[in-house]
Design a binder for this molecule. Structure first.
Ligand code: UD1
Ligand code: UDP
Length: 365
């Protein structure tokens, strides 16, 4: 039996790795070990509970207002003895977080092969998203197996000179998760609250948007809600205190805006499925929305997910106040513009990405 170790630490990694954990645990070829860094605490635990995954190791590194230095140093120092004790045949990391980068670096120092789940996404702008573009390129320098979600991400890797035989197009495991969560007969108090109005859904957390850009984003959205009586907005807040402070300053006294705690992923997917329009700077939501046919205004200057733009469901609107305001108002006031974006197309696979990754590892480890 080959030992596969999965190491992750934040909410989005957990959502996309838990389906793979279950798949590998069921597979007779593998012994599966899960280690979490705890880069996120509450938001990670929420997902582990949802998917009923119990890690063997938890590095517990999260500190309030942690810097990139804190995260990097604390993971690097704590992961070494676990890797040396477990001696896995391969370590799987996910995406572009500091957890993924630092874990890969530790594996490189110890000469342990790395498999990169969600490999090959690129903006080629090291400052946007920051530091994620660096993280994902650095992981791909180290990785031995590349699990690219789409043909476009595969082509990025090939253009960079990665060996074609090491790059596999698997789909994105987020679709594996999504296919188990969205239900017809779903209800939630927030959905009941919004009944009879058009439901807007907002999330925001990107490091490069903290401060002035986030103030502009929120001011634009506040103007939209103030001027449009038939909309209600649900905003599940990220746990980052800097995000929470800004959100409270901009939204507290508008009763058609509900700021709520992070939703369980099952609830979040179902709220997405019932939203009229989504506004976000998140990465994962850009992948989920096209398969639900939900228009998404992406409040960023770049995206590493061009598939959603091509599918017509995503539009990049930057972080300028007036531009965001006009883009949201245009969709709310012009049904033709809205319907143009409302396609249910799914560029991210058929919900069997985890199965493919497990089979590839079974053949090639
Ligand atoms: C991290 C990832 C980002 C990913 C995002 C998903 C890096 C550099 N960034 O950014 O790629 O898109 O997660 O959400 O890896 N906090 C809590 N409880 C939690 C989670 C966070 O209190 O459960 C607070 C802490 O004060 C922490 C802050 O949020 O200091 C920021 O968390 P951190 O992981 O450093 O960065 P994110 O912005 O969440
Ligand atoms: N999500 C969630 N609850 C929430 C908000 C988001 O479960 O209240 C999920 C969402 O469905 C997506 C993921 O979290 O799968 C996105 O995480 P985030 O935006 O924190 O990170 P990113 O994808 O930008 O790295």
């Amino acid at each position: 039996m080959k030992k596969v170790m999965l190491i992750f630490g934040t909410r989005p990694e957990a959502i996309k790795m838990c389906p793979l954990v279950h798949m590998l645990e069921r597979h007779p070829a593998f012994e599966t070990v899960v280690c979490v860094t705890g880069q996120h605490r509450q938001m990670l635990d929420q997902i582990l509970n949802c998917f009923q995954v119990t890690p063997k190791y938890d590095l517990c590194i999260m500190q309030q207002k942690q810097t990139l230095f804190d995260v990097t140093v604390n993971i690097l120092l704590r992961i070494r003895e676990i890797l040396e004790a477990e001696k896995p045949d391969v370590v799987l990391v996910h995406g572009d977080t500091s957890t993924a980068f630092v874990t890969s670096l530790a594996c490189f120092y110890l000469q342990i092969p790395v498999g990169h789940v969600e490999a090959g996404l690129r903006t080629y702008n090291l400052h946007s998203p920051f530091p994620e573009e660096f993280n994902r390129q650095a992981v791909d320098l180290i990785a031995k197996f590349y699990f690219a979600p789409t043909e476009m991400s595969k082509q990025n890797l090939i253009r960079e000179g990665k060996p074609e035989c090491a790059v596999y197009v698997t789909g994105n495991t987020v679709i594996d998760a999504l296919s188990t969560t969205v239900r017809e007969d779903y209800s939630h108090p927030e959905i009941e609250w919004a009944r009879g109005s058009r439901l807007l859904l907002l999330t925001a957390h990107r490091r490069e948007n903290l401060g002035t850009p986030m103030k502009h984003m929120f001011t634009a959205i506040r103007r939209v809600v103030d001027e449009t009586p038939d909309v209600k907005l649900i905003y599940p807040l990220h746990m980052n205190p800097k995000v929470r402070d800004m959100a409270r300053r901009c939204f507290s006294d508008q009763e058609r805006i509900h700021m709520i705690e992070p939703l369980d992923v099952l609830d979040f997917h179902n709220v997405m499925a019932r939203a009229y329009l989504i506004m976000t700077d998140s990465g994962g939501i850009q992948e989920e929305a096209p398969s639900l046919g939900k228009p998404v205004l992406v409040m960023r200057d770049t995206t590493e997910r061009p598939e959603g733009l091509q599918a017509g469901t995503l539009r990049l609107v930057g972080t300028g106040e007036q531009h965001i305001y006009e883009a949201v108002m245009a969709l709310l006031q012009n049904p033709e513009k809205y319907h143009e974006m409302e396609h249910a197309q799914n560029p991210y696979g058929d919900g069997h990405a985890s199965e493919r990754i497990a089979e590839i590892l079974a053949q090639h480890l």
